[in-house]
Structures are given as C-alpha cells and as structure tokens.
Write a protein that binds this ligand. Sequence first.
Ligand code: XMP
Length: 324
Amino acid sequence: DWTSESFVETTVAELKQQLGTDHVIMALSGGVDSTVAAVLLHHAIGERLHCFFVDHGLLRKGEYEQVLDSYKNMGLNIKGVNAKELFFSRLAGISEPEQKRKIIGSSFIDVFDEASKEIQKELPEGAEAKWLGQGTIYPDIIESISVKGPSATIKSHHNVGGLPDYMKLKVVEPLKTLFKDEVRRVGKTLEIDSTILGRHPFPGPGLAIRVLGDITEEKVRILQEADDIYIRNLKESGWYDKVWQAGTIFLPVQSVGVMGDERTYEHVVALRAVGSLDGMTADWIHLPYDLLAKISNEIINHVKGINRVVYDISSKPPATIEWE
Ligand code: XMP
C-alpha cells in the first residue's frame, strides 16, 4: 500500500543514488508541487540544490515577497530574480492564449539560462550543475500528452517538455507519479508549512492567462487588486480550504454603469471557484450569495476601473478551469 512515509523514504534514497554528488538547479513557483519536490531534493542532496524564484510580474498581489519569505526558513538555497520588464515587453500586444504561453515558456528559459550561469559561476572548483529539478506531477504529463495529439490541441503547459537541448541539463522529477492529494500528503510528512500545502494551484503563466486579450501592467494591477479582495474573503469566510482553485479573470470587454449621476464605461471581472480532484474535471462551486454579494461590493467600491463583477457557473468539461 502507498503511504507518504514510505514514498519519502524510497524517493530520497533513489534521489541520493541517482544524483550522487551532482548539483541540481531548480526554479520554484511557490506552489505545492515545486516546493515539495525541492524539499525532497534538499533531503537527498542538501546544499547541492540551488533554487530560484522568478517574478514575471504576473503573480498575485504581494505574492513574490510572501513566497520568498516562506522559503526563507526552509533551508532552501533560494534567490529571487526580478524579470518583470522582460516578460511585459515581450507580451505587449499579444492576445492569443497559446502565443502567450509560448512567449512565457521561452522567456522562462532565457531567465533560467541566465540564472543558471550565475549559479554555475558560484559552484566550487570543478563542480557542475548537471540536473534540472522539476515539480511535474502525473496530471501534468497526461494533459501535455493530449496537447501533443494531432487533433486535440488543448493547452500547452509551458512547464512540461523540458529545456532545449543546448542546455544539456538532465531532468529530475521526483513527483511525476503522484496526484495532487498525494503531493500534499507527502508535503505534510516533510513538515512543510500548511499555508504552502493548502495553496490553490496557480498556473505557471500566472495572470497572463487571466487577463483575456492583450496584457498591460495597468490591467494586471487592477486584476491583482480585485483578486486580492476575492481570495481574502474566501479565506476569512472559511471557503478557501473548501475550494480546489479560485481566481479572478479580467475580461476584454467594457460595460456601461452609473456612478452618482455619471455614466461609466469600465472593466468587468469574472470570479471562478471550482472543486476538483486533479484539475482534469472540475465543478463550479456554489458559493453563498451573501459572500458573493460582499465580494462584488468590495471590488466595485474599492477597485477603480471595475464596474461589474460576474460569477462563472461552468464546469469542466467543457469549460476549462482557466479561461485561456
Ligand atoms: P485547465 O484550464 O486546463 O487547467 O482546466 C487545469 C489546471 O492546470 C492549470 N493550468 C496551467 N498550469 N501552466 C501551468 O503550469 C499552464 O499553462 C496552465 N494552464 C492551466 C490550471 O490553473 C488548473 O489548475
């Protein structure tokens, strides 16, 4: 029978065997998967694991600081990399979802390349980082296989598929046989903080795929404010832990409203909350009307530029969790 304790024991032993005295480089996302994978690697190779966390400017409000903070005391050798400008400039004017993912994927690779060169320079004489650590889990593999099918292009998960050949890094993916709930159990066994383990999944391309249409810093900022109100209310009302994933989507339409005796013509955001086991299917959550009313009022009253909030009542299939 599968237990998280025996998984940790065997995996750490296997990683020690596989990696020997090699160094591993890893980009963390602040999410459950990459964190659990990193801690397993840390148990196996200690100081020879080198992590960094990229700020692409498309994270949630305050997330970059919070994530770096939460890694601080976990012994993970982590560096923050600010790459906002690079991502925003490359994404400017791009609306097509797959193109956004491709740009983000290749920009991640460029940032990664740069950061790993820095890391290589700091290694002891003669040492070389030969491995790339990744938090890939089983459903990621399934979804990207379906993406590559000839007829059904769903979404190209930017984080699956590895790096270009020239980087010559071998990939180590300690969680690739696990489902999300198993990853959380492993994380608990590793005594990872519950605020990290309880985090909702968040897509690698971040808010880029929640700003429908072209991306500007201003739209991202408005979305971050609205999303912050939404997520805070979910936490305060106890709904955050009952929901598998929630997020706010910035729609590419404007709508007419009134404010005092002025006509407004402003932005619309959609709120999404789903229940799921592994993200492959999902049901929309029946949040209480009172809670939705409170969130809607707060967003409309506090976030300048938004005059309408809608709630997404679609399940997957056919509607995917993300809108892009
Ligand atoms: P969908 O929208 O396909 O999402 O129903 C299923 C799960 O995958 C996440 N997702 C992504 N994660 N890169 C990621 O790392 C991506 O490009 C991507 N697209 C979707 C989504 O947030 C949900 O948890």
